[in-house]
Ligand binder design. Structure first.
Ligand SMILES: Cc1cc2nc3c(=O)[nH]c(=O)nc-3n(C[C@H](O)[C@H](O)[C@H](O)COP(=O)(O)O)c2cc1C
Length: 204
């Protein structure tokens, strides 16, 4: 058994290479196999979760059924958006994004721990799972993107996914192969020193 399966340098490279790749930057015509999607989701389920409640459910939309997803998203956008904030261009984008990505996964936090596990901890576990999923997608060469529009909280959308009273759809993960010629986006983070407060005691 090796000391580690991947080197820290390899893991660092993967983590820093992952970027949000928006649906317009994916190849809509290139399918992602069900086997690969299953493997990504299985990796998601290996995330830490308090009490092993595994508080997640993944609704995978591929092919024609994405049109149903689009229609529910547009309907819910109309329902939840105050008239002053309603935007036709946003409605249109909601209508096209899921059709540009060959796979859309609606990720739901399902409370399973009863009163013993606080809801926030179930949410935290799902966030860990989705990071696993996106890093796995990156390792496979896929683009991924986590979207969390307010409509996910709308009654019609919740009903569509059968989201229970205390449960939440935490996001849509868009997945697909990057379109030909895509310039991989760059991102930045603040210098890590600005995020650390060392509380170490100097040894005498
Ligand atoms: C919980 C969560 C929700 C997000 N929701 C959205 C969203 O609704 N729209 C969006 O454009 N990006 C969303 N993102 C993606 C972030 O905008 C993105 O991660 C950030 O810009 C950093 O870029 P990077 O992922 O390429 O490092 C979300 C990310 C997280 C973790």
């Amino acid at each position: 058994m090796p000391d580690s399966l991947v080197t820290l340098a390899e893991l660092t490279a993967l983590i820093r290479h992952r970027r949000s790749i928006k649906p317009q930057d994916l190849d809509p015509a290139r399918e992602v196999s069900a086997e690969l999607v299953t493997e990504l989701i299985e990796n998601a389920t290996w995330a830490p979760n308090h009490g092993l409640t595994e508080p997640w459910r993944f609704h995978v939309f591929q092919g024609e059924v994405r049109k149903e997803l689009v229609s529910l998203m547009q309907q819910t956008y109309r329902e939840v958006t105050p008239p002053a904030e309603f935007r036709e261009d946003k409605l249109e984008k909601i209508g096209t994004n899921p059709l540009l990505a060959p796979v859309v996964i609606a990720c739901v936090m399902e409370r399973r721990g009863g009163a013993k596990i606080p809801a926030i901890e179930e949410m935290e576990a799902v966030a860990c799972a989705l990071q696993n999923l996106m890093l796995s997608a990156t390792a496979a060469g896929l683009g991924s993107y986590w979207s969390s529009p307010p409509l996910l909280e709308g009654a019609s959308f919740r009903e569509f996914l059968k989201v229970g009273g205390e449960d939440r759809c935490v996001g849509l993960i868009y997945l697909g192969w990057p379109r030909e010629g895509l310039k991989w986006p760059r991102s930045v983070r603040q210098p890590v020193a600005s995020k650390i407060e060392w509380r170490a005691t100097a040894h005498a």
